[in-house]
Design a protein around this ligand. Structure first.
Ligand SMILES: *[C@@H]1O[C@H](CO)[C@@H](O)[C@H](O)[C@H]1NC(C)=O
Ligand SMILES: *[C@@H]1O[C@H](CO)[C@@H](O)[C@H](O)[C@H]1NC(C)=O
Ligand SMILES: *[C@@H]1O[C@H](CO)[C@@H](O)[C@H](O)[C@H]1NC(C)=O
Length: 271
């Protein structure tokens, strides 16, 4: 029986003396007004509890969400994007990353292996879908030059790292008074460009992974815990894409090739 019919008398006639109106089913007259009021309260509580339980129930996978509806600018490397959970190294003595070794040929090699294949060749169809126009590769018909920004970011961070150890990397010593740079016309300028590029990249990517505080028995205090889970793009997949799209010949930047690719001007909005 629907409950609005069952409880209508109390709601409609709050001041009556408990005598049901003629249209009421006869059995309701056996209930005293007090009993009906009690039932109403009990059911209201049960309903509230049910609603609360429905909304507060935590499904097992509630620590992930779908972001399918997002649109992003085209990149030929989007096909390589896969996600995974990664826990960062904290980077202090108890949890150093393999990159935290002194400047050395071994460290230079590790950095180089992150991005030394980072200039790519893409097809004309792919180039035509880019939000910015890029140039054809002389001597590689139908192919265009491209660099994924992650590799430029890594190159930039590597230069900042070198500037921080000027005794080992004298070319990257930054100083306006003593700036002898055989390979760089101005390392100060290059490093400043890199710092600001990485700032923009971090703000662009806005990592919302959550760093937490946890209780430490041995210190009787809560402490910030850096080794938390992050949603990451699988770096090795993006590396594989770049390795599969390596330039096949030396790129000659002095050759100008005209083409018919026209890209639309976007005004900050994603199409
Ligand atoms: C290098 O660039 C910095 C920053 O733009 C500038 O202040 C400095 O004068 C430049 N140094 C030389 C030697 O050109
Ligand atoms: C932490 O607090 C507990 C309870 O007060 C105490 O027994 C313990 O000695 C404290 N430990 C440290 C390292 O201060
Ligand atoms: C790249 O495209 C954006 C959006 O249309 C535009 O604002 C920007 O000036 C372009 N940059 C180059 C180098 O073409």
């Amino acid at each position: 029986m629907p409950k609005d019919q069952e409880y209508q008398p109390l709601i409609n006639n709050p001041t009556d003396d408990g005598v049901p109106p003629p249209s009421k089913p006869a059995w309701t007259s056996h209930f005293s007004r007090t009993v009906l009021a009690g039932l109403l309260i009990v059911e209201s509580i049960a309903l509230a509890a049910t609603i609360f339980a429905l909304f507060s129930r935590v499904p097992p996978a509630s620590y992930t969400v779908a972001l399918d509806s997002q649109r992003v600018l085209y990149s030929p490397a989007l096909e390589a994007v896969e996600h995974e959970v990664q826990v960062y190294h904290v980077g202090f003595a108890s949890d150093l990353s393999p990159f935290q070794i002194p400047s050395s040929p071994a460290l230079d090699r590790m950095w180089s292996e992150l991005y030394n294949f980072g200039i790519s060749r893409i097809t004309k169809d792919e180039a035509a879908r880019l939000p910015n126009k890029t140039h054809a590769i002389p001597g590689d018909d139908g192919h265009y030059i491209a660099e994924l920004d992650v590799f430029h970011n890594l190159h930039c961070l590597n230069k900042i790292r070198m500037a921080l150890d000027p005794d080992y990397y004298p070319d990257w010593r930054i100083s306006t008074s003593n700036n002898y740079i055989p390979t760089q016309t101005n390392a100060t300028e290059h490093v400043a460009h890199c710092v600001d590029w990485i700032r923009q990249s971090m703000m662009c990517n806005g990592d919302t992974s959550v760093i937490v505080w946890q209780w430490q028995d041995f210190q009787n205090t809560t402490m910030v815990k850096g080794n938390v889970a992050h949603t990451c793009r699988k770096f090795d997949k993006i590396q594989d894409w770049a390795k599969g799209h390596r330039l096949q010949n030396e790129y000659d930047p002095t050759v100008h090739i005209e083409d018919d690719i026209v890209v639309p001007i976007l005004h900050n909005q994603i199409p």
